[in-house]
Design a protein around this ligand. Structure first.
Ligand code: COA
Length: 176
């Protein structure tokens, strides 16, 4: 495998009409534009602040964008290999358009990311979410992740004040 995702990735037999390709800087505006609508919970527009342009400049080669036959955004995964812990890969954001859900699209995005990170020598993949994002917790459990935390918040393990006062996070970790 080359060191970078190729610009256009292989089609997926389960999603033959969708195009998978490496993320590019020009994708930034439309990806942040869908975070509020796709996350579907009040206040989630502010999550867009967690995805600045730098991810599309400096983590593009390990991030994927999926488009439908009309060129509309159908899904994306923003991930990278840890610079400080090279054996660790990290999924920063994943999103699938509501009408494309439960078809295995996020599973494909994750499995491809796992494969690419394994090929680079990673042994573990991590991610986080908020205690309120039950859908993300269910998805990550289905993908074989363990939920981690130092306490229990809203009936799930969570790290208290992980990202600052009141900013509790559920940890996800999975061996590769
Ligand atoms: C979470 C999300 C990415 C899942 O995408 P998806 O394409 O619908 O997921 P998939 O169809 O690939 O499902 C993969 C597995 O997760 C499970 N899963 C997915 N959504 C689920 C849900 N809402 N409830 C329970 N399980 C779910 C599926 O059952 C499947 O398990 P299986 O393969 O063992 O049957 C999507 O719902 C989404 O974009 N949500 C809004 C954004 C978000 O919360 N992102 C994650 C936090 S960063």
């Amino acid at each position: 495998m080359t060191d970078e995702f190729p610009p256009r990735l292989d089609a997926d037999p389960r999603h033959p009409s969708l195009v998978f390709r490496r993320a590019e800087v020009r994708d930034h505006a439309r990806v942040v534009g869908v975070i509020g609508p796709w996350w579907e919970r009040p206040g989630t527009e502010r999550l867009a602040m967690l995805l600045p342009r730098l991810f599309f400049q400096h983590f593009a080669d390990t991030s994927t964008v999926v488009e439908d036959e009309r060129g509309e955004l159908a899904g994306f995964l923003i991930g990278f290999r840890s610079q400080s812990q090279p054996e660790v890969a990290y999924v920063h954001f994943v999103g699938v358009r509501p009408d494309q859900r439960r078809t295995g699209l996020a599973r494909v995005l994750y499995e491809r990311f796992f494969e690419a990170m394994r090929a680079r020598g990673c042994r573990r993949v991590d991610a986080i979410t908020g205690p309120a994002n039950v859908r993300s917790q269910d998805f990550h459990r289905s993908m074989g992740f363990e939920l981690t935390g130092d306490t229990v918040i809203d009936a799930v393990p969570a790290w208290r004040d992980y990202d600052g006062p009141g900013e509790h996070r559920v940890g996800f970790t999975r061996a590769l």
